[in-house]
Design a protein around this ligand. Structure first.
Ligand code: ADP
Ligand code: MG
Length: 349
């Protein structure tokens, strides 16, 4: 492979996270895919009925913050359908021919997964419309007055598109997906099941309350809990313990600066900056991102969804604001307005 094709290869994995290398933990079928009950039940109906009819499954749109299982679910769907799985991501699709190459190689019923689908280039997105709707590609050959459009047929397939930002996906694209799955942060009970499953697969022994503490401290996110489980294994091994005890987890989390709500140092920094520099908000996302030294994308995709769902942050039309809970969690006393101060004084007198 020469250097050029290597760099533009649309099937090159976009980035390898630790848990993506560790395939042992990745669920392979729907029964191993824990949590997200309602979504899973519906999907199971759509998969079995499509299989019964011998048709390809309708195109599937997966929405949710990072680490909740979008890539995993796409692969699970292919396994359940017993079809091939072809994976790419929008940033890797540079030229229309990159997409055409992948589409024309699909076999009947294959699952074609496009990650970060909100980042498709317009020319590529338009090609995709016809592929999704008519299983065809319009390809222009020749130039100027000699130019003709050829319709190339492709095999019926299932497009699975994943995004962390449903808000910026164009409506013509959204309208071509027949099924939408919205991921929510996992419930405590499901997080505990995930910890137990992962610990079992990695042959790690864990105390019961260590399981629940770890589950509680992992921001409702399977990727995070698997990563923390590995770190706890390191801490236990380092101190010569065979079992991950509650104490190991408590000490481990404190060494990693993760608090009892599962907030990382950077989460607390975000809240603190809004309180201390912007009087609790509102402050715009761009200003905030610069203040914490992260990209707007990381702020919006990774940090904010969890802070919002934990009730610590609000998105308003004028910007981000902390909630009363934030002051309580960080142990900061809010600055009172003159009126509030008088009110409080009257209360205590
Ligand atoms: N429902 C689930 N049950 C068990 N483990 C899960 C589940 N969803 C995700 N995981 C684990 O979390 C990791 C991250 O999931 P992934 O699919 O890569 O998230 P996303 O694509 O949404 O960023 C996976 O490698 C897998 O081990
Ligand atoms: Mg993914």
């Amino acid at each position: 492979m020469d250097k050029k094709t290597e760099n533009t290869s649309p099937v090159r994995p976009f980035k390898l996270e630790e848990d993506e290398r560790d395939m042992t933990l990745r669920p392979r079928n729907l029964s191993e895919f824990l949590g997200q009950k309602g979504m899973k039940e519906n999907l199971s109906v759509f998969i079995s009925t499509a299989k019964e009819r011998g048709e390809s499954l309708d195109h599937l749109f997966l929405i949710g913050p990072p680490g909740l299982g979008k890539t995993t679910l796409a692969q699970v769907v292919a396994n359940e359908l017993e079809t091939g799985f072809v994976q790419t991501s929008a940033p890797a699709l540079d030229k229309p021919k990159d997409l055409v190459g992948l589409l024309t190689n699909l076999k009947k019923g294959d699952v074609f997964f496009i990650d970060e689908i909100h980042r498709l280039k317009p020319a590529i997105e338009e090609l995709l419309y016809i592929a999704m709707e008519d299983y065809g590609i319009d390809w222009v050959v020749g130039q100027g007055p000699m130019a003709r459009t050829l319709r190339i047929a492709i095999k019926p397939f299932t497009l699975v598109g994943a995004t962390t930002k449903a808000g910026v996906v164009s409506s013509p694209l959204i309208s071509r997906f027949g099924i939408t799955c919205r991921f929510s942060f996992y419930e405590q009970e499901d997080m505990e099941s995930i910890v137990r499953r992962s610990a079992g697969l990695l042959e790690i022994k864990m105390e019961k309350d260590a399981v629940s503490l770890l589950a509680k401290s992992s921001r409702g996110t399977p990727r995070v809990v698997n990563r923390l489980l590995r770190r706890m294994r390191d801490f236990a091994q380092y101190s010569g313990e065979e079992t991950i005890t509650n104490k190991v987890v408590r000490n481990g989390l404190s060494r990693l600066e993760i608090d009892e709500m599962g907030l990382e140092k950077q989460d607390r920094e975000i809240l603190k900056i809004i309180i201390e520099r912007y009087k609790g908000g509102p402050v715009g996302a761009e200003t905030l991102a610069i203040s914490i030294g992260e990209s707007v994308e990381t702020l919006e995709d990774y940090y904010e969804p969890y802070l919002i769902q934990a009730g610590l942050l609000q998105r308003t039309p004028r910007g981000r604001m902390v909630t009363n809970l934030s002051y309580g969690h960080l142990g900061i006393v809010p600055n009172l307005t003159a009126d509030e101060e008088i009110l409080l004084l009257n209360l205590f007198n």
